[in-house]
Every structure is written in C-alpha cells, then in structure tokens.
Write a protein that binds this ligand. Structure first.
Ligand code: CO
Length: 137
C-alpha cells in the first residue's frame, strides 16, 4: 500500500549552486547530504512536511543522473512513493505488466529499501518505491 509521497528527486548540475535555493530561498530544513556511489550521485535531502525533496547531482557523466542531465537538462527526475514492502510493491507492479528497472529492492539513501519502475511503463515519470528502514529520519 502506498502511504505518501516519500520524496521528489530533482536533478541539478551541481549542489553548490542549487542548495542555497532550497535552503535559503525556500527555507527548507536540510536533513543530510549523502553520496550513493553505486548510483553515481550525491543528494541533498530537504524536509517538506512529511515528505522530502532530494536534490541530486551526478558524480560521473555515465551515471543515470548524468545521462538524464545530458538528455533533459535540470528538472524533476523522479517521484518516490513510500510503501510498506518494496519487494511486494515491485512484484505486484510486475504482475500487472509494468516494466521494472529493479527486479528486487536495493539499499538507497537513509538505508531505505528502494526500487524503480521504468518510465516507459509509467507515462514518462520515473517512479520509485521506498520502504523506510532503520535509517529513517
Ligand atoms: Co529517490
């Protein structure tokens, strides 16, 4: 079951230029900045009520966000729904004919169990499921 929008991911060319907008102009609370080496990204997480915004920069041009930025420029990259069980949410989507990027959950920011659906199956919106883990903040 989907509980809420966990976060919206926004791809930016670099955090140095982007973070002051979210922190100082919008006045959002900065939760953390974390690198996910496997995804070749670094993300600054901001709290927005019960949800988050992840501002994401690429750490390598051949990474998924690096390729996205080359194709599309800066902008909304993905939407993430919080679910009780990421593995179950992925397999349920697969049973309904949705193309998956991740066949099984992997570990994302804050220790969440995450997995992505393919945007070709989700009307162009890269869609993530996240199950909050012990690292929940
Ligand atoms: Co995300």
């Amino acid at each position: 079951m989907i509980r809420k929008i966990q976060h919206i991911g926004i791809a930016v060319n670099n955090l140095r230029d982007a973070v002051p907008f979210f922190r100082d102009v919008l006045g959002l609370e900065h939760v953390s900045t974390e690198e996910v080496a496997e995804q070749k990204i670094r993300a600054a997480v901001f709290r927005v009520g019960e949800s988050r915004i992840e501002v994401i920069e690429s750490t390598a041009p051949d990474g998924p966000v690096g390729k996205f930025l080359q194709r599309n420029g800066e902008g909304i990259h993905h939407i993430c729904f919080q679910v009780d069980d990421a593995a179950e949410a992925l397999s349920r989507a697969r049973e309904k004919g949705v193309r998956l990027i991740d066949e099984a959950p992997r570990t994302g920011i804050h220790g969440m169990r995450i997995g992505f659906l393919h945007p070709k199956s989700t009307f162009g919106v890269l869609t993530e499921f996240a199950q909050e883990g012990d690292g929940e903040r």
